[in-house]
Design a protein. Sequence first.
Length: 131
Amino acid sequence: MKFLKTVFTAVLTLALVACSNAPSDADVQAVTQQSLQQVDQQLAPLGLRWSDVFDTQVKIKNKAKQEDGRWLIEAETTVTAKKDLKELPESAQMLVFAFAGDMKKGQAIGGGAVTDKFYLQKGDAGWMAVR
């Protein structure tokens, strides 16, 4: 579960998104997809792509503008297995088992949605995740 929060926070920290006014749900989805592509690149040496093994859904629960100009975003992230653990390359099974256990196709990893809060702030290049 902690890994899911770390992945989601890293997803948002790694990317910038151009936008006006408040960050939209589509902006957060785009940031997620861009960052998951980077995770795919990191897993490639194991013969694994995050997007082939997991379906990641991000649902925005709340957006609140802060006095300092940042936006507090509350989101739920749900990661669902697209494959059984045994369908993965042997070189990747141990890593995925450490993260997801003996996962089965269609199973929500970590027992379901993980709620996380983070800040977005608009900069010269667009929105970015900040602490």
